[in-house]
Design a protein around this ligand. Structure first.
Ligand SMILES: Nc1nc2c(c(=O)[nH]1)N[C@H]1C(S)=C(S)[C@@H](COP(=O)(O)O)O[C@H]1N2
Ligand SMILES: [Mo]
Length: 202
């Protein structure tokens, strides 16, 4: 029993430091998780809109968003159901670039990310600015598969993956926090994997 206990703690100490507490490395597997039916959104009907507390409401179509400055995320993603994937590459555009065009009003403190399917998830504005959030359309060098949110999804990799809305259609800037789909169903309002903000009250 003592030997087993040592072994257990030994493994925990040797765990990859990129893995937040309570997470395991899914390696070659990329689980698929979503609440709604998988939509089929052709790129010629895809749009992304920033609205709410902004100086200008701005909508980009597929060609227009591809004409913006490209930005890449190379790193890890963490799902609240305890899998993480290490060393992924996503290509798209930084949310900073999009917000620059819309210009948030000083009163904006939070955003609601919205999907073409109606899925929503809330985030503090601070969590989507400063190079921490993207709208991405390529994963590991290939077009983002439809089941993973293609043609494009939000990517907020420093928070649990439910904040990364698949089939994203836009961001609505707000002067208060408001719960999205999973947050109303018990998930945490912020979702920091390093402090295990999994559920309301964590
Ligand atoms: N539109 C939409 N986006 C969503 C979800 C969803 O139900 N609908 N689920 C979230 C959750 S809980 C997770 S873990 C990730 C899963 O992304 P993946 O299927 O690409 O692994 O998508 C997030 N984005
Ligand atoms: Mo999730």
């Amino acid at each position: 029993m003592l030997a087993m206990t040592r072994g257990f703690f030994g493994r925990r100490r040797d765990q990859d430091p990129r893995l937040p507490p309570g997470q395991y490395d899914a390696r070659d597997e990329w689980p698929v998780l979503h609440a709604e039916a998988t939509p089929d959104i052709p790129t010629d009907r895809w749009t992304f809109t920033i609205e709410g507390l902004v100086e200008n409401t701005v909508t980009w179509n597929w060609d227009e968003i591809h004409a913006l400055l490209r930005s890449r995320y190379e790193g890890d993603i963490h799902c609240v159901t305890t899998w993480s994937k290490l060393g992924m590459t996503f290509d798209g555009v930084s949310v900073d670039t999009l917000l620059e065009a819309a210009t948030p009003l000083p009163s904006a403190t939070h955003v609601m990310a919205v999907s073409h399917t109606g899925y929503t998830t809330n985030l503090p504005l601070d969590d989507v600015i400063g190079g921490k959030a993207w709208v991405v359309w390529d994963a590991d060098g290939k077009p983002l598969p439809t089941i993973h949110g293609g043609p494009a999804r939000l990517l907020v990799p420093h928070l649990y993956f439910w904040k990364s809305a698949k089939w994203v259609s836009g961001l609505r800037l707000m002067d208060h926090d408001e719960q999205g789909f999973w947050e109303r169903n018990g998930y945490h309002d912020r979702g920091d994997p390093w402090t295990e903000q999994r559920y309301q009250g964590d």
